[in-house]
Design a protein. Structure first.
Length: 218
């Protein structure tokens, strides 16, 4: 469903218009060497290659911009998950409006929309019914960390690597995910993306990550 037909969340938040342009092309690194480096990075994060991205626990805070054609808006995002739970909050600091999604084994609850909280057994269906947006939550939890989503649920992924062997682009489930900046890795935590742009057709999601926290308690 095209976001310009139902920008419920950006209207709710009273967000200002924004524009999002595709990042410029960059030289690609060697695919085999990049794939080997990616496996090592995911193992250091406690992930397998293309597997479950919900554990171990993690959290990010970011500035986010949404755009669909000429419509769009921006706000702040807080995403945390682990131990089978996910909490996602989007807010517009100026208007102090926002919405929050909580997901666990019992289902999903969406708060902040007119009419009170809404619940459903499936988070993706809840968001689609409430906002009209097709949001691939299960895949986003992987893409945000520079990992492909599980193939069984989202199909095969194509990954290209930058000369530094970090992922430059992931193409999966009809989405193109570009990584234009990364936080330097350390002995404790490997490199994580700090500038991410997701697009499918005219739909855009752009994030500038302000903080990563690995192993955050839920």
């Amino acid at each position: 469903m095209r976001w310009q037909r139902c920008m419920a969340l950006t209207a709710l938040l009273g967000l200002a218009g924004c524009a999002s342009l595709p990042p410029p092309a960059a030289p690609a690194g060697d695919a085999d060497t990049g794939a080997a480096a990616q496996r090592r990075r995911l193992q250091a994060l406690g992930l397998d290659d293309g597997g479950d991205c919900t554990t171990p626990a993690w959290r990010l805070t970011a500035r986010v911009a949404l755009a669909s054609g000429r419509q769009g808006g921006s706000g702040r995002l807080d995403w945390s998950q682990g131990a089978g739970q996910l909490h996602l909050q989007l807010a517009a600091p100026v208007t102090r409006q926002g919405w929050a999604l909580d997901v666990d084994a019992g289902g999903a609850t969406l708060r902040g929309l007119e009419g009170g909280p809404r619940r459903d057994a499936e988070a993706a269906r809840l968001l689609r019914d409430a906002t009209g947006m097709e949001i691939p939550l299960g895949a986003l939890g992987c893409w945000l960390r520079g990992a492909q989503a599980p193939q069984a649920a989202f199909g095969p992924a194509r990954i290209t690597y930058a000369p530094d062997l970090l992922p430059q682009r992931i193409m999966q489930a009809g989405w193109v995910v570009d990584y234009t900046a990364w936080a330097a890795g350390s002995d404790r935590v490997p490199a994580l993306p700090t500038r991410i742009e997701l697009r499918r057709g005219e739909d855009r999601v752009r994030l500038v990550v302000e903080a990563w926290e690995e192993g955050a308690d839920e």
